[in-house]
Design a protein around this ligand. Structure first.
Ligand code: LHQ
Length: 256
């Protein structure tokens, strides 16, 4: 498998598709694959599309850490340093995804487990196929949630519900994920790509400056309303000077 790309990047007109590509392992992440993913995200940052779609090849989105790789280390008597894995590759992937200068859209085509959930939730928008699931698999193998999952679920679902789900290694179905706001759109399995393309095209007509400002305000809110009001005013001040805003004003008044 080492010669084949484990992460594919297809660039189109304003929309790029990043596909995790170890389908026979439900796109479980090896160290080499995480490095490849980081390199791909750097390439996207250097030459960003308007919208990046993140998805998985085959029937899974991403099954989290490749357990075979870890078992190999255990059996060879090697030291297991999960902290180093997180610091060196997982955390940079989550940070890079959350900070790309493009809108990111997770097309959750199948199971997202463990750190795979972290990748999905690091994207700005998640669309889930009806048969897809979020498997909080960490506890089953004696680990705690990582890749930002503990933070995001507690923030999104509230501490009590998030803790109960994580402690019981729950599997969250797509309809449940939708009703809890973890995904914002549900697609029939065979319509996922079509709906993703439609949304991506619509997003690509928007102002990227406004979209990135919106992400900054929502993803990293201030603790106090007064501080957020100041930040909103600063962001809006900059957006008011963009050509996009000024052109929209012109076309609005031309219609009137
Ligand atoms: C896999 C995997 C996998 C390898 C399916 N690895 N092969 C951890 C450690 C280090 C640092 C940082 O952070 C983390 C965070 C984590 O990500 S912890 C969570 C790790 N992931 C898991 O524990 C998930 C393990 N997989 C499963 O529980 C199931 O496979 C799920 C629920 C994902 C899917 O179940 P099924 O749809 O029934 O598929 P399957 O189990 O038959 O899997 C298909 C194949 O994929 C199979 O291989 P095979 O050769 O038998 O066809 C699996 O062995 C392989 N696979 N996940 N993580």
């Amino acid at each position: 498998m080492s010669d084949a790309a484990m992460v594919d990047l297809d660039r189109g007109d304003g929309i790029a598709w990043l596909r995790l590509n170890r389908p026979h392992r439900l796109n479980a992440l090896t160290t080499e694959m995480r490095r490849e993913l980081l390199g791909t995200l750097e390439a996207v940052r250097a030459d960003p599309p308007h919208v990046l779609v993140v998805t998985g090849n085959g029937r899974g989105f991403c099954a989290g850490q490749d357990l075979g790789e870890r078992l190999g280390q255990v059996e060879r008597g090697e030291e297991i340093d999960l902290r180093a894995s997180l610091v060196d590759t997982y955390n940079p992937v989550i940070r890079a995804l959350g900070d790309l200068p493009c809108v990111t859209l997770a097309a959750i085509n199948g199971v997202a487990a463990g750190a795979g959930i972290g990748i999905a939730l690091a994207c700005d928008i998640a669309i889930m196929a009806r048969s897809a699931t979020l498997a909080l698999a960490f506890g089953k193998i004696g680990l705690a949630p990582d890749a930002g999952v503990s933070w995001r679920l507690a923030r999104q679902l509230g501490e009590a519900r998030a803790l109960a789900l994580m402690l019981s290694s729950a599997v969250i179905g797509a309809e449940q994920a939708m009703s809890w706001g973890l995904a914002s759109q549900l697609a029939e399995d065979d319509m996922l790509d079509t709906e993703v393309v439609a949304l991506a095209r619509q997003l690509a007509t928007g102002s990227i400056d406004a979209q990135l400002a919106t992400r900054r305000l929502v993803r990293n809110p201030s603790a106090h309303l007064d501080d957020q009001l100041v930040r909103e005013a600063e962001e809006q001040g900059a957006l008011g000077r963009t050509g996009y805003f000024q052109n929209r004003l012109r076309s609005f008044s031309a219609k009137a």
